[in-house]
Design a protein around this ligand. Structure first.
Ligand code: BDR
Ligand code: CA
Length: 311
């Protein structure tokens, strides 16, 4: 199995991404979960990560608290999408499992230094503050990272927090800029892909029909989360953004993209946090990321449903 660190701001879709990883030990070994401020403030993302691990009955997972604000901006949150706890929907018990000692950023650095180069994959599902801070504090880790597979950005699909920017990148554009310039091998799951990962009624019924606590909780999470997209855009259901990251680790062939140059806008007020993706190769800028553009959505939901049924 591939060793990973999940860096996250749960979030209902983060929760499903984590559950998919925890349900897939033959493919994925979760070294730890590092939390960051994003969808909701840090204390709630840490709480929610613990709730999700307890839901999966994986109370031995190490969960760390990380950065509580972006590098150079005020924190922007998304309660309008995820609810006031960040994990609204199912009624789940307050967590009792411990929070690991130490800072998330130090855990990321230590893991990359302790393991052989090229063996630890980072999976950011929220703003890139923890990852950028680790790269700044310990520049030697950049070429020890196997891959960074992240959810963020959008190009043809535009943005979801401003017309130009996707939430995770918008919250901390400076951090994203550091990550995209780090030289690490990067795979990006932008809105162009995640807006194809829609939980239709039939797909949600399949989660619920698993019949387990996990299956029912996931159905309730996506039902809560989808009200936003359904009411606002009339779309069929919630986009499962973050599970694209963990699904890619298990079944990369579900995704199609291009290895291209991606730069982050960090100055313009109008397009702050935009992922400027040179999809058509119209510049000489050096490719630094594999930017995904398409997804086999049926294969993706079959994988998630089958794996969640194990928990
Ligand atoms: C991203 O923002 C968050 O609200 C979701 O969890 C996802 O990581 C989508 O733009
Ligand atoms: Ca997220």
């Amino acid at each position: 199995p591939r060793k990973i660190i999940i860096d996250t701001d749960p979030g209902q879709d983060d929760a499903v991404a984590i559950l998919l990883a925890l349900a897939s030990p033959e493919d994925i070994e979760v070294l730890g979960i590092t939390c960051v401020a994003g969808n909701v403030p840090l204390d709630l993302t840490v709480r929610n990560a613990r709730i999700v691990c307890e839901l999966a009955a994986k109370t031995d997972v190490k969960i760390f608290a990380g950065c509580d604000r972006p590098l150079g901006r005020e924190l922007v949150t998304a309660e309008h999408v995820h609810g006031k706890t960040g994990l609204d929907g199912p009624v789940l018990p307050e967590p009792t499992m411990p929070i690991a000692d130490g800072h998330a950023v130090d855990f990321i650095i230590d893991m990359l230094r302790e393991h052989a180069p090229g063996t630890v994959t980072l999976c950011p599902l929220g703003p890139l503050t923890n990852i950028a801070t680790a790269l700044q504090k310990a520049p030697d880790i950049a070429n020890r990272i196997a891959k960074i597979v992240l959810m963020g950005g959008g190009y043809f699909e535009g943005g979801n927090i401003t017309p130009a920017a996707e939430f995770n990148i918008y919250v901390d554009p400076q951090a994203a800029d550091i990550v995209f310039k780090s030289g690490a091998s990067i795979v990006v799951m932008p809105l162009d892909v995640t807006h194809k990962a829609l939980v239709t009624t039939a797909r949600n019924d399949a989660f619920r029909n698993i019949g387990s606590r996990v299956g029912i909780a996931v159905a309730e999470m996506t039902e809560f989360f989808e009200r936003f997209d359904k009411e606002k855009y009339g779309s069929e259901g919630a986009p499962l953004h973050d599970p694209c990251v963990t699904a890619y680790l298990i079944r990369p062939e579900l995704f199609k993209g291009r290895h291209i140059n991606v730069e982050i806008e960090t100055e313009s007020k109008l397009t702050m946090g935009m992922t400027v993706a040179d999809w058509w190769g119209v510049t000489d800028r050096v490719p630094n990321a594999t930017f995904m553009g398409d997804l086999d959505a049926d294969g993706f939901f079959t994988l998630i449903t089958e794996r969640l049924a194990r928990l």
